[in-house]
Structure formats: C-alpha cells, structure tokens
Design a protein around this ligand. Structure first.
Ligand code: NAG
Ligand code: NAG
Ligand code: NAG
Ligand code: NAG
Ligand code: NAG
Ligand code: NAG
Length: 824
C-alpha cells in the first residue's frame, strides 16, 4: 500500500514541474507588448542621441519629450539646480576646491587623483534630509493617472511606495562594475567612464523598516563621481541621465557611453536574447511588474573621497601605488602591499516625483565621530576578511568538537551517561546543525567563499551527525528504562486523580525539563493523550463498568509486563500501554524537522524590519544559549551532582558564546551588524548564571535552590550523620572499626568518627552530630563541605566520595553486599 505522504509529495512535485513560470504571458500579448516597449525605448534613445547639454532646463522651461521629463508630468524639477549645487558642494568637500575644475574637462596635465577605479562592494552609512529639502515643494500629482490597471479596472492609489517620510535612517549602497570593454568608455588611451549597477537600501529610523531600489548609471573614473537613476514606466531615468550631469564634459561622456550600451541592450531585446521587458527595472532582482503600485523614482549623485595612501607623498606616485594595490588584491601575486583602506562616498539622492532630497550624514555638516558618510570595503578585501574570520570560526568549531569528544569518552558507561541531560546535548547538536545548513546555504550564493564555507559546514556537519547524534543515541538508550518508569508513574497518578476527584482532574503540565528544551518530550505524549478531551475520565456519577462485582478479565499484553500490573486498575491502561514512548527514529525526524522550521523562520526573518529581525535573532540566541538549563534541571530532579566534565562546561560555554560576541561586539563583523553591548552582556550573563548554577550544584548540593516538595524524593548520598536517640543514622562499622582507643577518643572529642573505606582500604574520618554538639550550636552549614567527602549507601556502608563515584561509573551495586544502589 502506498504511503499517503508519498503521494502528497508526488502531487506537489508534479505541480511544481508542470505549473507555468509566474508572469509568463500568452505569446501574442507578449509580442505586442515587446514591440511597444522597444518603440518607446527607440524614441527615448533618439532623444538621447540628438539632445545637447542644457536642452533639459526646467527653470528656463526647456523639457524633454520623455516620460517624467515633460512639463505636464508636474514633477518637482524646479529643485534640480539646488540638488546639483549640493552635489557640487560634496565634490568640492571630497576632492578639495582645487580639484572641482576637473569635473569640467578631462584634458588635464595634473596627476590623476588617488581614487579606486573599481568600487564593487557595499557601503554603509546614515542619511539625513538635505538642507535644500525645505525649498522643495512635493509635487501634487494626479494619482488617478498612476493607478495600475488590475483585473477589475484601475486600482486607486493614495501615495507611491518607497516614499520617505522619516527625518533620518540607515543607508546601504551596493555597487557592481562589470569588467567588460562594452560598458567602458575610452578617450584615447584613458579610461573615462564605466557603466555601474547599484542597489540602494534606505532605512527608516522611525518606522524601523527599509526598502531597496536598483539603479543604473555611470561612474566617471577620473573624478570618482557616480550618477545613478531608476527607470520605470513613468520615468525614463537612464535615458535622460546625461542631462543630470554636473558638467558639459560629463554630459558628453555619459551620452556617448549610454548611446552605445542602451542601444546594445535594446538590440538584445529585439533579437530575443534578453527576455525582460524592462531591463532597468528598480526591483531588486530585476524582475518586472512584481509590484503593480507605482514607486518613487530617484536620481542619485555619489562622490568618492580621496583614498589616503600611507607612506607616499601626494603626487602621481599615490595614484600609481593605488592602482597597483587594486590590481594586486584582485589578482594576488604575493607582493607586499600596504593595508587596504576603506572606500568612502558622499551621496545626494533626489526624487523628482515624491519630492524628497536625502544626503549621506557626515562632515562638514556633522562631526565625523557622529557619522562619516558611506563607508565600505572593496569586495575582494571583504572576501579576504570573511575568509579569515571563517577560518577562525572553523577553529572554534574544532575546539567545540574537541571538548565534546572528551566528554563522550568520559561518559562511556551507562551510569555516567544516565546523568547527562538528553536535551542539553540535543540543543548543542541543534546549534551545530543550524550552522551546517546556514553555511551550506550561503555557499550557494557567494562563489568566492565556497571552499572555506563548505569546509566549515562540513566540520559542523561532522560534529552533529557523527558525534552529536551518536552520543544522543547512547544517552537515549541508557535513559529508556527511566523514561518508562516515569511514564508509568504519570499514568498511575492520573488514574489516582481520576479515581479520587469528582471534577475532571487538572493535569499538571509537563515537567520543567520539557519547557526549555525545544524537542517535545516523548515521555509526555501519553499524558497529553490522557488529558485530551476524548479520553477524559467519566464523572463518578456515570455508570462504571466494574460495578458488577465480577472479576474483570484482562488479556495481558505480551510486550509490556508492567501493563499487566497496571491492568487491574482501569481498562484504559491497556490502551495506553500500547502507546510506548516513541523510538529514536521518530526523535531523529523531529530533530531535523525542528531544524528546518528554525531555518526557514530565520530565512524569513532576514526580510523583516530591522528592529523585529534583531529581536528575533536575539531571542533565538537566548534560547540556544540556554543549553545548560536542562542539565541543571536534570541534576536537580535526580539529585546528582557531577554529570559533565568541567572543561566541557567551560569550553562549550566560552566557544559557543564566541560567534555572538563577534556579531554583537565586534564593529567590523562581516555582516556589518550593529554593535549592541547590552544584548551581548545579557547573553554572556545568562551563560555565566547557568555555569554558576551548575558549579553551585556541585559544591552546595543539586537541590539547594528548590524546596523539597517540588522535586521527587531521591536518595541523599551525603547525609549529615547523627548519633543521638531520635535520629541515629550512623553507618555500619561505626563501633567495630576504631583503630585505637586514643585516636577514637580524640576524634570523638572533635565530633568526628573514623571508619574504613572498603574500596581504598584507608581510613575515613567523618563529622558526626551528637546531642552535645548540637546543643553547642555547631551549625549544619559548616558541614556542607565536609559531608561532600564521604558517601553513605542505602545499605548503610560508608566510602570516600571519590572511591564510590569511581566505582559507580561501572556498577550500580554496593561493593560490600551487592545491594542495588540508586544512580548518582
Ligand atoms: C544619432 O544622431 C546622429 C546624428 O547626430 C545620427 O547620424 C544617428 O543615426 C543617430 N543614431 C540614432 C541611433 O538615432
Ligand atoms: C512626443 O513624442 C510623442 C511620441 O513620439 C509624439 O507623438 C509627440 O508629438 C511628441 N511631443 C512633442 C511635443 O514633440
Ligand atoms: C486626473 O486624471 C484623470 C484622468 O487621467 C482626470 O479624469 C481627472 O480629472 C484628473 N484630476 C485632476 C484633479 O486633475
Ligand atoms: C510622499 O510623502 C510626502 C510626505 O512626506 C507627501 O507630501 C507626498 O505627497 C508623497 N508623495 C507621493 C507621490 O506619495
Ligand atoms: C571589480 O571587482 C570585482 C570584484 O573582484 C570584479 O568582479 C569586477 O570584474 C571588477 N570590475 C572591473 C571593472 O575591474
Ligand atoms: C549613438 O550611436 C549611433 C550608432 O549606434 C551613432 O551613429 C551616433 O553618432 C551616436 N551618438 C552619439 C551622440 O554618440
């Protein structure tokens, strides 16, 4: 019989294979639409080819016949001269006033400026409203003209998307410059301009969200000036971009370059090499029509700042050295080069239709300490850093694995394994599994870092699948009887409750151990079933099946002998006994299911607003870093002290905190995540509290912080020995093994007795409370540390703690009379 799940999976797969790709239109419509698009583009290109600098001048009422540049579009073009003035102001600040003239002409005998010629990379900074914003009136557009046409007529719009309403926020610009001759403009033997693609992400400090836009433009290589524009149906940005230039010279370079590259793109569209209807669409992935409602358009001016070249006096040498550095980091030959510097940019962004003007925050209007325009690294430098940090992370992973292996070797006997909390180890393994998946995923997108990413992922994968899972399986097997016992007790309690209470019983929620752990506990399953509405015990007034008085006949289950014992209680037990705790196989499934859910949720979270995203990841980190909590709980429930090696606890705590310290505390981390020392402090403090608790459990006692009624009774191996009438609990051998009368007398005077330890055959001197010393007021507090040194078995034999603990690693019977010992 086929598995229904397999059929569902098959149907989904078939659906995926045979459903048409989204956005595909009938061929005829696509054809006519393409013709329309290409006609418009040709028209715009002709205008680009035939106009001169100054043909677009809204102040003197000169317009272009292109969408967005006509008079009746009513855009805020009157502000363009102001915006250009701000851009020129930034050029002067970045390059110095003497170099402002370079914008005007390329024929210059002065040495080239020390600027990066390839700005591929990501820049980060903050934006503020420009000082000229106050003189820009947002245009009053006729919104009905821009309403997109839906299946049921035009959809009314109130305002455009990507409009900026806040006063300030974060800014991120990502550049990409292709290394082809087609997008490069030469002038003689000089490279003058190159086409550049950019993605700009504008964050809103008040609303906490952000939007992305993709822009195309020109990088003027001599001056480090960049002009960018969005292109949409209502705004032919890229075709009119040369008219935005700051000088006649820039206009001509831009016109020549764009005339060529735009012409090539249109030809590709006509020939069918390029499927896209709008190759310059502002959507981040370049797809067209993903959002039907109109968005604000942008014109962006960027100016690269001079790169400080250390150790070289200003002049032509600087430029030579810088271009050598640029060449060397891209194609390393092993030459020694000075440390590479940041790229810095200042920016002015102007939206003619929404009427906002933004600037990057920084000098001269703000102090450099407060904000310093846009800063970033060249892509190669950033990759190099990421590679180094990944190597460091791999070292941390190896360290974790090292401690883990030592712990595994240490816990090689059933007795030691049974002390370790299954959930602590699962959480550690879940963390490793998460790292494996994330690194594998990232490696798909960043080709340059594929090898280090995959190597680190493999290390994490090994630690989860070979060692983590193996250890979990061992612990699971050892703790199986314990789980069954707990289940049985749980069942019995429920039955008792059902029998004694009239009202439907309140079922105590699962034990605390289940709460922090992220895997739902199998041991809880029968409890849930019993608490479920369908199996609620009948009220007492309901007729009872046992009322007949005849001895009911039960057919005992073959598998579960305990079920036989339980059977006479109620008939329900027979049913429940069939539902045994799920095996390790189903646990395995749950483990990976939880892993995938966390992964997908986290992937989704990366697109949330920044504040929410940060909150999510901090909470996730907090849950993950709670991995000692299950162990503390287990110690407490079983009254055992020493489950894990101390180097394991210290090593794992420290090493697993490292990545968080990196992202929350190190400013130049690869993700450029903002430093947040408070969150880091909380995380570190939380780990520290857990380790302290573990330590105190070892020293003071596993249960010192809970009252006795909360936890199940457990045998206390370290009782305070008393020698008085009402509570005489002296171990066997107290009277017989006195070595010599004087010694014994002396010891007894100090409130001590001497015994023999049957394992190491040495003496053991223990403090004993008798009536007198109690009267003298010897506090039991001073005995807390003393009594850790000896252990008394339930059969009242006394041993050194170290001796008996060593013994109990291997056998859980008393070395003297072979009575069973409760686990430690
Ligand atoms: C561009 O203009 C020149 C004349 O200035 C003309 O010869 C040429 O055909 C035009 N090219 C296009 C693509 O319009
Ligand atoms: C603008 O271009 C369109 C389409 O080519 C044309 O119909 C219209 O007459 C032009 N307008 C002006 C003022 O030249
Ligand atoms: C807006 O445009 C629509 C058609 O495009 C027109 O009917 C309407 O009168 C215009 N509204 C205003 C206030 O100009
Ligand atoms: C953009 O927002 C401003 C307010 O900040 C508003 O005046 C303007 O009308 C909006 N523009 C569009 C096109 O939505
Ligand atoms: C700029 O650098 C990037 C990253 O190394 C490279 O992919 C790109 O081809 C380079 N572009 C140019 C024009 O050199
Ligand atoms: C634009 O390109 C065409 C050829 O595609 C050429 O004839 C024309 O002169 C160019 N115009 C400018 C202004 O460079």
């Amino acid at each position: 019989m086929a598995d229904p799940r397999a059929i569902v999976a098959l149907v989904i797969l078939l659906f995926i294979f045979f459903s048409p790709p989204p956005g595909q239109e009938p061929l005829v419509r696509a054809r006519s639409r393409l013709e329309h698009v290409v006609t418009t583009e040709h028209h715009d290109l002709t205008i680009l080819n035939q106009t001169r600098f100054g043909d677009f001048d809204p102040v003197q009422n000169k317009w272009l016949n292109m969408s967005g540049f006509r008079e009746d579009d009513l855009f805020a073009w009157q502000a363009l001269p102001l915006v250009k003035e701000r851009a020129r102001h930034q050029v002067a600040h970045a390059l110095g006033h003497d170099n402002l003239a370079r914008l005007g002409s390329g024929e210059d005998d002065r040495p080239a400026l020390p600027l990066y010629r390839n700005v591929t990379g990501t820049m980060y900074g903050k934006w503020v409203r420009s000082p000229v914003q106050t003189s820009v009136v947002p245009p009053r557009l006729n919104m009905t003209e821009y309403s997109p046409v839906g299946p049921f007529g035009p959809i009314p719009v109130r305002s455009f998307n990507k409009n900026v309403t806040a006063k300030s926020g974060s800014l991120e610009v990502w550049f990409e410059e292709a290394d082809t001759q087609e997008t490069l403009l030469w002038h003689g033997d000089r490279r003058v301009a190159r086409e550049v693609k950019a993605q700009i992400s504008v964050g809103d400090a008040e609303a906490g969200d952000s939007w992305d836009s993709r822009l195309f433009g020109i990088h003027f290589l001599d001056t480090g000036n960049i002009m960018l524009a969005t292109t949409t149906d209502k705004f032919a940005g890229i075709f009119a971009l040369p008219h935005m230039a700051l000088s006649d010279y820039n206009y001509h370079s831009a016109q020549r370059l764009l005339n060529r590259t735009l012409g090539m793109t249109i030809r590709d569209q006509e020939d069918g090499y390029l499927q896209s209807f709008s190759p310059w669409a502002p959507t981040p992935d370049g797809s067209s029509d993903s959002s039907p409602s109109p968005t604000c358009d942008l014109i962006v001016y960027l100016q690269q700042h001079l790169v400080p070249v250390p150790g070289v006096k200003p002049g032509p040498d600087q430029e030579t050295l810088l271009s050598f550095i640029e060449q060397e980091i891209r194609f390393p030959t092993g030459a020694s080069i000075p440390a590479t510097q940041h790229i810095a940019f200042s920016m002015v962004a102007f939206s003619p239709d929404c009427g906002f003007v933004l600037e990057s925050k920084g000098p001269p209007d703000f102090a450099p300490q407060e904000a310093n325009h846009l800063r970033g690294l060249k892509l190669e430098v950033e990759y190099e850093r990421a590679r180094r940090h990944l190597l460091l992370f791999a070292a941390i992973m190896s360290g974790q694995l090292f401690f883990f292996l030592r712990q595994m070797r240490d816990a090689s006997t059933p007795s030691t394994r049974s002390r370790i909390s299954f959930y602590t180890i699962s959480m550690l393994s879940l963390g490793d599994g998460f790292i494996t998946m994330v690194l594998c995923l990232i490696s798909l997108f960043i080709q340059a870092l594929w090898v280090p990413l995959i190597a680190t992922a493999f290390l994490a994968f090994m630690s989860v699948s070979f060692f983590g899972m193996r250890f979990l399986m061992d612990i699971w097997a050892v703790q199986a009887p314990e789980r069954e016992r707990r289940e049985r007790q749980e069942r019995q309690r429920i039955q008792q409750l059902a029998a004694t209470t009239v009202a439907p019983p309140t079922i105590p929620s699962g034990t605390m151990e289940n709460a922090p752990a992220q895997i739902s506990t199998p041991s809880q399953m029968p409890v849930i079933t019993a608490a479920g509405a369908e199996t609620l015990p009948p009220p007492v007034t309901a007729p009872r099946p046992i009322d007949t008085g005849a001895t009911p006949v039960f057919i005992p289950s073959d598998q579960d002998t305990q079920a036989e014992e339980d059977a006479p209680n109620t008939a329900a037990t027979g049913v429940e006994a069939g539902q045994r705790a799920p095996g390790f196989g189903s646990l395995y499934t749950r483990f990976y299911f939880l892993l995938l859910v966390t992964l997908f949720l986290s992937l989704n979270a990366t697109s949330w607003p920044p504040a929410l995203r940060r909150g999510y990841f901090t909470i996730l980190a907090f849950c993950y870093l709670s991995f000692w909590v299950p162990q503390i709980h287990r110690n407490c429930m079983r009254n055992c002290r020493h489950a894990l090696r101390w180097d394991f606890v210290a090593g794992e705590s420290l090493l697993r905190l490292m990545p968080f310290a990196y992202f929350y505390g190190y400013e130049q981390n690869v993700l450029f995540a903002a430093v947040d020392l408070i969150d880091l402090g909380v995380l570190a403090g939380w780990i520290w509290i857990q380790v302290l608790l573990l330590l105190s459990q070892e020293i003071i006692g596993p249960r010192w912080f809970v009252s006795g009624t909360w936890v199940p009774p457990a045998y206390d191996y370290h009782p305070i020995l008393r020698d008085d009438e009402e509570a005489n609990n002296l171990p066997i051998g107290a009277t017989t093994s006195t070595p010599s009368p004087e010694q014994a007398k002396e010891a007894k005077d100090k409130g001590k007795r001497v015994f023999d330890c049957a394992i190491c055959m040495h003496e053991i001197e223990v403090p004993v409370l008798n009536g007198e010393s109690a009267a003298e007021g010897i506090t039991t507090g001073s005995l807390v540390l003393e009594r850790r040194k000896y252990m008394v078995t339930p059969c009242r034999h006394i041993f050194h703690s170290s001796c008996l603990e060593g013994w109990m690693k291997f056998r859980l019977v008393c070395p003297i009379d072979r009575e069973e010992l409760p686990p430690l």
